[in-house]
Design a protein around this ligand. Structure first.
Ligand code: NAD
Length: 318
């Protein structure tokens, strides 16, 4: 069963950072999200040293002013802050707790910010080890996607100590528009997974009901106007309509490209499902959503935006 709170009490070496603002940052994971986030830190005047096993990612980041490092240990050497945004539970645990990892090599008094989307137990494992080593750690997953990363409009959901959250705000503001302190270590991931399960459920429900109305002969635009002015209105109907051509900025209107990939929705729903199972919280709709998005993926559309589920339902035979 997932533990609900960190039960031990840790002494952390806090430094007087108010007299020396954080300036030097190591950035781990320069992919679709991290590349833009690191570039935005550079734009706001931070010195950023990046590490990514992908040479292409390092080369692209260098064009945005991010200097390259050959390992995690080399990247975090002497920095004030480490920011990471990595693909999976295992990669995050290895990157932080491995022999060549962040916790062993980051300077005492530094602040570690992990923005990956992972199981809440991952930050709960890292937090005590980091604290015992004299470094601060917060989980700070993001919402807003690649566009939000590019335009520095991400929302950060933070778990960890309030003073560490306060210290992170200048960096989070350089990369995003909103920052929420959600509670103790792991709370940021709980908020993120709750948000994304609800987004997956409303997306699926919007696709299902619009498909039904359109198949009954309603004009798609009339149906959308009704929904957006009635009790079914949501982010999915207003911003992310799954029916192509009705909301010009929605991924459905550009062949379901450059949105939130279906495979990432599956990843987040699986993480949320496992979290729910750990506390035996019933998620009947979340479970159905997980299965439906998995079917989209197994039919070869994992790279499409998750609103592609509308096309799957539309093409079901009578
Ligand atoms: P991505 O695959 O584009 O980037 C991940 C990067 O991490 C890659 O460049 C990879 O080479 C690098 N990497 C792998 N192992 C590493 C290591 N040990 N050290 C340093 N770098 C390493 O993925 P992404 O879309 O940028 O997503 C990253 C995280 O952000 C995921 O947890 C994802 O769920 C989350 N997220 C993504 C989005 C989105 O829209 N893409 C939105 C919100 C949250």
């Amino acid at each position: 069963m997932a533990s609900r709170s960190v039960s031990r009490c840790f002494n952390i070496t806090t430094r007087n950072y108010s007299s020396k603002p954080d300036k030097n940052i190591a950035f781990l994971g320069l992919g679709n999200m991290g590349g833009f986030m690191a570039a935005n830190l550079v734009k706001k005047g931070f010195n950023v040293r990046g590490y990514d096993p992908s040479k292409e990612a390092l080369t692209a980041a260098a064009k945005d002013g991010v200097s390259g490092a050959s390992s995690i240990a080399a990247a975090v050497d002497g920095v004030d802050v480490v920011v990471s945004i990595l693909p999976s539970n295992k990669v995050v645990l290895d990157a932080y707790l491995g022999d060549d990892g962040v916790v062993k090599h980051a300077p005492k008094g530094s602040l570690l910010i992990d923005s990956s989307t992972v199981d809440p137990n991952v930050p709960k494992q890292i937090f005590p080890v980091a604290s015992d080593s004299g470094v601060a750690f917060i989980d700070a997953p993001v919402s807003g996607g690649v566009m939000g990363a590019q335009n520095a409009t991400l929302a950060f959901m933070v778990g960890g100590r309030k003073e560490d959250f306060d210290r992170s705000v200048p960096m989070l503001k350089a990369m995003g528009a909103k920052q929420f302190h959600c509670g103790a270590s792991g709370a940021g991931q709980v908020a993120k997974l709750s948000n994304n399960m609800l987004m997956g459920i409303t997306g699926m429900a919007t696709a299902e009901c619009m498909n039904m109305g359109i198949k009954m002969g309603l004009d798609p635009q009339v149906l959308l106007d009704v929904l957006n002015n009635s009790s079914a209105r949501s982010w999915s109907t207003e911003v992310y309509c799954p029916v192509p051509g009705l909301v010009p900025t929605a991924p459905s209107s550009r062949e379901y490209e450059n949105g939130f990939k279906n495979e990432l929705m599956v990843k987040d729903l699986e993480l949320a499902s496992s979290m729910a199972l750990g506390i035996r919280s019933p998620i009947p709709l979340g479970a159905v959503a997980t299965q439906l998005y998995r079917i989209v993926q197994s039919r070869g559309y994992g790279q499409k935006d998750f609103s592609f589920i509308y096309q799957l339902l539309k093409n079901e035979k009578k």
